[in-house]
Design a protein around this ligand. Sequence first.
Ligand code: ZN
Length: 98
Amino acid sequence: MVGGEGVSTVRNSRPDGEDTCRSCGAMIVWVRLVAANGEHRPHPLDSVPKSDGTIERKRGKTSGTWYGRVIPPVERNGRNLYRSHFATCPEAQAWRTS
Ligand SMILES: [Zn+2]
């Protein structure tokens, strides 16, 4: 019997939003990145916050959804924040065309 080794493409199936970048293989986390106008869309972040990051990751109280918010420089106070994987992915061009 041949085992079906289908590749799952389901996104956000894990509660913490962890995933692997399909372009470069790095660990990433998915958030709903909230824009200034209140709209939010799925956005990949590097899985580890860094001192030069710009995005805060917070979990919605009721939905359990992870949200991201870009923190203005004056509010960062040297905190470790997440970086957009769009900015750090060596294969970022592949993201933009898909
Ligand atoms: Zn990547």
